[in-house]
Design a protein around this ligand. Structure first.
Ligand code: PRP
Length: 207
């Protein structure tokens, strides 16, 4: 399936500041949110809408309304929260789901600790937010969870994706489209994206 790297000068400008080790938490948070907002334009370009005719003060206008059921934005906690905030700053007629997991620092395997999703994800457009697609373990596990809840239409949205992470998701779920602000090609021995931006969660929440 398709991988889309949004190659936009504004996003590249913000990503450069985001990646810098000199960028402190407050600025990192606001930039990550802003980049996610900018990505919304691309993320929702195939948002399902239906025709709707309204009256302007002068005459009829053939516009659109949102399809039912409304889409769902799901964040992988913790760092995904900032993305769902940035995205819903732009478009908020969505349900919001949470999947809590962290990556065990030794095994690099995702550990699940919470799951709150709308009861039925069938026929919904699901936008899964994970700022970093490193080994891909967290994203693959989260996609499995969404599929267990009958999701059929899933897009994975990342600030930064690595080639190995993209490959892992594509090997497991070739039907899932990946949209990322930028892409790097490798990981270090600890599973961090290189050149990357460090640990997104720690930088966002200053932990
Ligand atoms: C980070 C990041 C992703 C995951 C990516 O989360 O936000 O969710 O790691 O790694 P992977 O592709 O190798 O699975 P982290 O475990 O640091 O949790 P946090 O968001 O709570 O900081």
């Amino acid at each position: 399936m398709k991988v889309e790297v949004i190659n936009h000068p504004l996003i590249n400008l913000y990503m450069t500041i985001l990646r810098s080790k000199d960028t402190q938490s407050t600025k990192f948070r606001s930039l990550a949110r802003k980049i996610s907002s900018l990505m919304a334009f691309e993320i929702f370009k195939d948002l399902r809408v239906l025709p709707k005719t309204i009256e302007t003060p002068l005459e009829k206008y053939n516009g659109v309304k949102l399809n039912d059921p409304k889409p769902c934005v799901i964040s992988i906690l913790r760092a995904g929260l900032i993305m769902s905030e940035g995205i819903t700053d732009i478009f908020d007629v969505v349900s919001i789901g949470h999947i809590g997991m962290y990556r065990d620092e030794q095994t690099l395997k995702p550990i699940n600790y919470v799951r709150k999703l709308p009861s039925d994800l069938k026929n919904r457009q699901c936008y899964l937010c994970d700022p970093m697609l490193a080994t891909g373990g967290s994203a693959v596990s989260a996609i499995k969870t969404l599929k267990d809840h009958f999701a059929t239409d899933i897009k994975l949205i990342c600030l930064l994706a690595s080639d190995p992470g993209i490959k892992r998701v594509q090997d497991s779920f070739p039907e899932v489209e990946i949209i990322c602000a930028q892409k790097d090609n490798k990981l270090n021995e600890n599973g961090f994206i290189l050149p990357g931006l460090g640990d997104a969660g720690d930088r966002i929440f200053e932990t």
